[in-house]
Unconditional design. Structure first.
Length: 124
């Protein structure tokens, strides 16, 4: 017997769950989950995928591309136009690190809590 796994949630550590949920909510157009609070907040996609943000005492943001505090994971977002998406995300509070290993294939940004994430061309 084989079981299929369906990704249901991704949760990121941070110092301020509501602020990070607001950043990703504005970036993706997804609404804040109604049970969000100062300890745990989230947004939910129409297909049910939940992105959560949990408060961690003494949170230390990832140091990318260095590894003194490893990135641990990163998210990829498919976009129609990387330049337009980058400009919008920078306006929302993302940061573009100087080191960009992807050339024209992808773009690396960091969210307000320091988590790196990538913008990739939508191949659909």
């Amino acid at each position: 017997m084989r079981s299929t796994l369906t990704l249901a949630a991704i949760t990121l550590d941070c110092a301020d769950p509501l602020a990070l949920a607001a950043f990703y909510g504005r970036a993706t157009g997804l609404a804040l989950h109604p049970k969000s609070d100062d300890e745990f907040a989230g947004i939910t996609r129409d297909d049910g995928l939940f992105i959560g943000f949990q408060r961690v005492d003494d949170y230390q943001p990832p140091c990318w591309p260095g590894q003194s505090t490893p990135q641990q994971l990163h998210l990829d977002f498919a976009v129609e136009n990387i330049d337009i998406a980058e400009a919008m995300l920078l306006e929302l509070g993302a940061v573009k690190p100087e080191y960009q290993p992807g050339g024209d294939r992808f773009r690396v940004l960091t969210d307000p809590a320091g988590h790196p994430f990538c913008l990739v061309p939508d191949r659909h």
